[in-house]
Design a protein around this ligand. Structure first.
Ligand code: MEV
Length: 334
């Protein structure tokens, strides 16, 4: 039996990092997707092929009897993605009380580890596909929960932001707390965005830990900064509801400044963020964990100019439309 599912990438519109500490965030699924295919095996091996992650492909083999990974080629980001696959399979096996050998193939239309939520997409896709392969069905809420548990186990600290948007799609307002809120917002306006990508030097877990250390060292400064980011998300939710793009743009600029003050931006991100503004973007900010990776620019009518400006400072631009499509089962073949 072979099960194939696909999952959207995402951009954080507002609130990354602060959301790890319970502040609200706004996140949007985009039209670029990652596909996870799983196929049953007669033995107990888990074989993971990640051949198309916009970095050269690699095949890794792992078994419970021989828990070390057999790596045929080693690229840090691929190995990172594979960690989420292994953990997701383990998490589902525990939840269902069954397990079996599996070949997993991952393909992506976006670069991995660039702040576009590919780790969460891998986790959600693997949880959903492996569950179906085991002959079971879980609700979307349960899939999002198990995928978040996977991210938490791999990263140490994680909010449910990326796994929720990968599962449900659309634009989500997320407020993690005892009574966690995940609200799918109606999209009342076009959000024409350009994403700028540059090579990322750090992993999400490194950056989350960096903010944690800063928060512990300077709580009286960093706590209000994280709370301000949360207030930005609240104001942005209202601006989105009324289609007020100018306010959204200004809030993006403030949010970027605060993230930069937390030390999670980088020279390449700042270069892209400022050149996008000079080229006419209403607002621009880094998106995701930072440390390189992606930025977004809100730039109605200026997409060409902003893309050129991003390219001039060494980034790779692409247009991103918000997508309502979350997790999708593509095929089940027996
Ligand atoms: C990563 O896309 C977003 C962070 O806020 C981490 C998380 O929410 O788990 C940096």
């Amino acid at each position: 039996m072979r099960v194939t599912v696909s999952v959207p990438g995402k951009v954080s519109l507002f609130g990354e990092h602060a959301v790890v500490y319970g502040e609200p965030a706004l996140v949007a699924a985009i039209g670029k997707r990652l596909t996870v295919s799983v196929e049953g095996r007669s033995d107990k091996l888990i074989k993971i092929a990640a051949m198309d992650l916009q970095v050269p492909g690699v095949v890794l083999t792992y078994s419970e009897e021989r828990p070390e990974l057999i790596v045929e080629a080693d690229y840090g980001k691929i190995v990172g993605a594979v960690g989420y696959v292994r953990k997701a399979i383990e998490t589902v096996s525990e939840r269902l009380g069954k397990k079996g050998g599996v070949n997993v193939t991952i393909r992506s239309e976006m670069p991995v580890g660039a702040g576009l939520g590919t780790s969460a997409a891998v986790a959600v896709g693997t949880v959903a596909a492996y569950t179906l392969l085991m002959g079971e069905e879980l609700s979307l809420g349960e899939i999002a929960r198990l995928a978040h548990q996977t991210e938490l186990a791999v990263q140490g600290l994680a909010s449910p932001m990326d796994t929720s948007v990968a599962t449900y799609g659309g634009v989500l307002y997320i407020k993690p707390s005892a009574q966690q809120t995940v609200e799918k917002l109606p999209i009342n306006c076009e959000l024409p965005m350009v994403v700028g990508y540059s090579e990322r030097e750090f992993r999400t877990s490194d950056l989350v830990r960096k903010v944690k250390a800063l928060r512990e060292a300077y709580p009286e400064i960093v706590l209000p900064t994280l709370q301000s980011i949360g207030r930005i998300s609240e104001r942005a939710k209202d601006a989105l509801a009324s289609g007020d793009l100018d306010t959204l743009g200004r809030l993006m600029n403030i949010n970027h400044g605060l993230l930069d003050s937390l030390g999670v931006s980088s020279k390449s991100l700042n270069d892209m963020v400022y050149s996008a503004r000079f080229a006419g973007a209403i607002g621009s900010k880094m998106t995701g964990a930072g440390g390189g990776g992606c930025m977004i620019a809100l730039c109605p009518g200026r997409e060409v100019e902003v893309s050129t400006a991003i390219r001039i400072v060494g980034g790779m631009p692409f247009r991103a439309a918000v997508s309502d499509q979350g997790l999708r089962v593509e095929s089940i073949e027996s």
